[in-house]
Design a protein around this ligand. Structure first.
Ligand code: HEM
Length: 321
């Protein structure tokens, strides 16, 4: 950690605080092991007469849990626009999804670099984490499903034209996973900073494109036009890639790392499909077949998205085995 966050409440400057660097839990759970000579600890103890299991109780001079996690801005970022009780659920469900998407993108970007550098074990670890994040997001739909159509209808006017369709992180995630579509840049044109990020993801090779290059580096005869192509286009089905995966699945022990990569990717797409399915089901139970706030025809649009295939050859090869 190069820099500690400053206290949003402004009661002290934590920028020189080194508590987590002492090897304990960043939240002070090892305060019992703090050396007695620690001046901060002595000061705390003398300033605070209340004791509780040796826990540190005074944070006037050291970084607290809330400081470290920047909880003030996060927990003050919920601004319901209606007086409807259920709007808070709607906001928090979206915000937490965006936070998990942030981590998924962070892991996927690092995993793509690892594949590029032929460092597969760390890439597997990161891909597994992305799949678990998606599973977590799949489970999260159950919380939103407690919202009834009547409850949604009373807060619907507050949403205006905002929709998850405009989520720039989601669009970057789709692009990184190869579901490219330049039309999806448009909702971000009013924000050049975000537009630039989404456009960069559109123009870059997807994670799967990097894996196809890996197949070529491992000696498989991949068509040259598959290795250098227009990256802004969706993932094509390529016979030479399919032939490579067929060989991998027929001889797993000879190609163990590629075999593991294939299964990690199928895991990831499996979880992504479940997320899409739970989304459309939750949408249907809450708004039926009404138009979406983003302007599409709603559930039919989302149902169409269920047909997207991210890693085509990995699904098709199963028929050939
Ligand atoms: C009551 C809850 C929800 C309803 C009624 C709803 C409805 C819709 C609808 C109708 C669309 C299609 C675009 C449009 O016309 O608006 C859509 C897209 C989308 N929603 Fe939701 N949604 C809900 C909750 C969520 C949540 C919690 C997330 C999490 C971030 C989310 C993320 C998205 C994303 C990423 C898209 C774009 C999908 C794509 O283009 O393939 N939605 N939503």
């Amino acid at each position: 950690m190069s820099k500690t966050p400053s206290s949003a409440s402004g009661h002290h400057d934590t920028s020189t605080d080194a508590t987590p660097a002492q090897g304990g839990c960043p939240f002070g759970h090892q305060s019992a092991e703090r050396p007695a000579s620690d001046p901060k600890a002595e000061q705390s103890a003398s300033a605070d007469t209340t004791q509780w299991h040796d826990a540190q109780l005074d944070f006037s001079k050291s970084m607290s849990y809330g400081d470290y996690l920047s909880l003030d801005p996060i927990l003050n970022a919920q601004h319901p626009r209606s007086t409807d009780h259920n709007e808070m659920l709607f906001i928090i469900q979206h915000q937490t999804s965006e936070l998990w998407m942030k981590l998924a993108l962070y892991e996927l970007q690092a995993a793509r670099s690892a594949v590029h550098n032929d460092e597969l074990p760390p890439a597997f670890k990161m891909l597994a984490r992305v799949s678990r994040i998606l599973e977590q997001l799949v489970q999260a739909w159950s919380v939103l499903a407690t919202m009834t159509p009547s409850e949604y209808s009373s807060m619907r006017p507050s949403l205006g034209s905002s929709s998850g369709f405009q989520s720039y992180q989601y669009r970057i995630l789709e692009f990184m996973l190869g579901n490219k579509n330049a039309a999806m840049l448009k909702p971000h044109s009013h924000r050049p900073d975000l537009f630039q990020q989404v456009e960069a993801a559109l123009n870059a090779p997807s994670f799967y494109d990097e894996v196809v290059r890996l197949l070529a580096r491992r000696g498989f005869a991949i068509a040259p036009e598959r290795l250098e192509r227009d990256w802004t286009q969706p993932t094509p089905h390529d016979k030479t890639v399919e032939a490579a995966w067929l060989e991998v699945y027929r001889n797993p022990s000879q190609h163990w790392e590629l075999y593991e990569m294939a299964e990690e990717l199928v895991d990831l797409e499996d979880a992504f499909r479940q997320w899409r399915f739970r989304h459309v089901t939750t949408v249907e139970r809450i708004i039926g077949f009404k138009q979406g706030t983003g302007g599409t025809n709603g559930a039919p649009y989302l149902r169409k998205m269920l047909d997207v295939v991210l890693f085509p050859e990995l699904w098709h090869v199963r028929t050939l085995l």
